[in-house]
Write a protein that binds this ligand. Structure first.
Ligand code: DON
Length: 575
């Protein structure tokens, strides 16, 4: 035997290969709540432990996130929830914010017609009419099993009794207090450290006004928020500071129950959020384009595979800009955009190894990136298989940075998701197409993509992410990882992510996991590629082929967790 081979054999015998089981995530057949902030995941799991179902746990997690993850968890914002019952019934709940009645198409333009981003970034003109509390009520009324008060209470207690600040929350709060919140005394009063100074890991934070608001929602019901004293506080604050939201805007707000969009990818069914999210339609269009292109045969994260994905993204995001908006206001061709026939015609325009130019593809609408990472997604499953995917947001981190005086909660800055300047669609990524211009009472277009993948009638994956327009591509990567490449949920969530959104005509790719040679090859095809830090925060659940659900927290966020119900009471049967 040659000496080297012998040496290799001896080394192998001395230290047998690591046979530790692969990390698949946190297994649990008694339910899971996977989210970005561990006290909030635990709050949700405590509701599962009291025999609440997945929707009870999702609602509890939402109110808890409003306390422990103030940059995105909210009562002053909105979101989307997809519910799948154990019998396979599918529901999408839309609690997206709406433009106030006094909003106008040009409200964010200055005298020269330029977009004034400072008005949508922060302050009293930035918020849409909040939808979160009505949306959670709608989900609970349809599907919940425990009393409303019981599912709001964990959030109330976290706010009233306080909770330990994590390193991540300390960093995030200190930065928000120093920057966006500094102009708003009620925000500093709510979130500043009592006695002054900076928050540090391990400090206890108590949010008394938020606790009062949540307790009123728990005991008097959601009307306390939309018609009672909380509505008065919002309307008074708006009036005093030049904002538009009135008591009648709040009283008129309704969450909508919609039909999820559905597609297939080989033997899998993909279920996601319909308009006013662009997420589901764009995701399914990209999957349809890619399905016949045999990505797996080109390898995982190789230049030829990434090229095809970029070209699918470019084309689907152009359709997003062209067609998508609030379906209560504009006709959205959902059936056509999600059909296999349409995808075939789109795929036929993709060159084998040459990048297309985005501006050429969308010449008719172009007249002349990165979004912040502050939305949050969580996934829940209960022991009966009821599944919930929820993405919720204030839009930017800490939304408008405005805390409603005396009510302790942050208002969103979601109005910035409308097209701020009608007609202005340009190479830097502004979109001015008619579908998503501002109109009173309209919902602004979203990219939030809470999604489920089902095979043979059983849930295989529950996923979603923050990240503005990158969300849809983060979800695409995870869905392709599981369906096309046969990865486990953990591998698919950990995998390197990439983003292209039609315009600007740039590709961003997470710096780990793709070689310099692959990036050089993509550049030689004509793609403008940049590496960057992390993309998204996709707290997911994957069900292995043997039927075990695994909680897959996204390790890109250290505070995240997959929580299991600790003390499960006797099963009650049914949902
Ligand atoms: O609805 C949307 O698409 C955006 N408002 C989401 C914002 C977001 O994800 C910000 N960052 N992570």
């Amino acid at each position: 035997m040659p000496r080297l081979t012998l040496l290799a054999l001896m080394l192998l015998l001395a230290s047998p290969p690591d046979r530790a089981a692969p990390d698949l995530g946190v297994p649990s057949k008694t339910g899971l709540v996977v989210c970005t902030s561990s006290p909030a995941c635990d709050a949700g799991a405590s509701v599962l432990a009291r025999a609440g179902n997945a929707v009870d746990a999702a609602v509890a997690t939402a109110f808890a996130l409003a306390v422990t993850h103030p940059s995105a968890g909210n009562v002053g914002g909105g979101g989307f929830m997809i519910v799948r019952t154990p019998s396979g019934e599918l529901t999408a709940i839309d609690y997206r914010e709406k433009a106030p009645g006094a909003a106008t198409r040009t409200m964010y333009l200055d005298a020269d017609g330029k977009i004034n981003r400072s008005l949508t970034n922060a302050g009293y003109l930035a918020p849409g009419v909040p939808g979160a509390v009505r949306g959670l009520q709608t989900a609970h009324t349809r599907f919940g099993k425990l009393p409303w008060k019981d599912v709001v209470m964990p959030g109330v207690l976290l706010a009233e009794q306080g909770f330990p600040v994590s390193a991540g929350l300390a960093r995030s709060l200190n930065s928000a207090l120093q920057r966006g919140m500094a102009k708003f005394p009620a925000s500093v009063a709510a979130y500043g450290k009592p006695g002054g100074g900076k928050w540090a890991q391990g400090d206890r934070i108590v949010l008394a006004d938020l606790g009062r608001t949540l307790r009123a929602i728990a005991t008097d019901g959601p009307d306390a928020f939309y018609k009672g004293w909380i509505a008065d506080r919002i309307a008074d604050d708006m009036k005093a500071n030049g904002g538009l939201i009135t008591k009648s805007d709040l009283a008129a707000y309704e969450a909508k129950v919609r039909t999820p969009v559905r597609g297939t990818y080989r033997e899998y069914e993909v279920i996601s959020m319909p308009p006013p999210s662009s997420g589901g339609v764009t995701l399914i269009e990209m999957l349809n384009i890619l399905e016949p292109l045999a990505l797996k045969s080109k390898g995982l994260l190789t230049a030829p595979a990434l090229h095809l994905q970029i070209e699918a993204m470019r084309r689907a995001y152009l359709d997003r800009a062209r067609h998508l908006g609030d379906p209560d206001f504009v006709e959205v061709p959902v059936a056509r955009l999600t059909s296999k026939d349409y995808a075939r015609t789109v795929a036929a325009t993709i060159g084998a190894d040459k990048a297309s130019r985005s501006a050429d593809l969308g010449r008719d609408i172009v007249t002349t990136p990165q979004e912040p990472d502050e939305t949050t997604h969580y996934s829940v499953i209960d022991r009966h298989g009821m599944a919930v995917a929820t993405t919720t947001t204030l839009e930017g981190s800490y939304g408008s940075h405005v805390v409603v005086k005396g009510a302790g909660f942050l208002l969103n800055n979601e109005m910035g998701d409308f097209n701020p300047k009608p007609g202005a669609t340009n190479l830097t990524g502004d979109i001015g197409t008619p579908a998503n211009v501002i109109d009173p009472g309209k919902r602004m277009l979203s990219s939030m993509t809470p999604t489920m993948v089902v095979r043979d009638g059983k849930v295989v994956l529950i996923t979603g992410s923050p990240g503005g327009r990158t969300i849809i591509n983060t979800v695409l990567a995870i869905v392709l990882g599981v369906t096309e490449y046969g990865l486990t949920g953990r591998e698919a969530v950990d995998m390197t992510r990439m983003h292209h959104q039609w315009l600007p005509d740039d590709v961003t790719i997470e710096a780990t996991g793709v070689s310099d040679a692959t990036i050089a090859r993509l550049r030689s095809m004509g793609h403008r590629v940049r590496t960057q830090g992390r993309q998204g925060d996709a707290h997911s659940i994957w069900v292995s082929p043997d039927g075990t659900p695994y909680g897959i927290n996204d390790k890109r966020t250290p505070d995240s967790k997959a929580s299991v119900p600790a003390h499960l009471t006797a099963p009650t049967g049914g949902q």
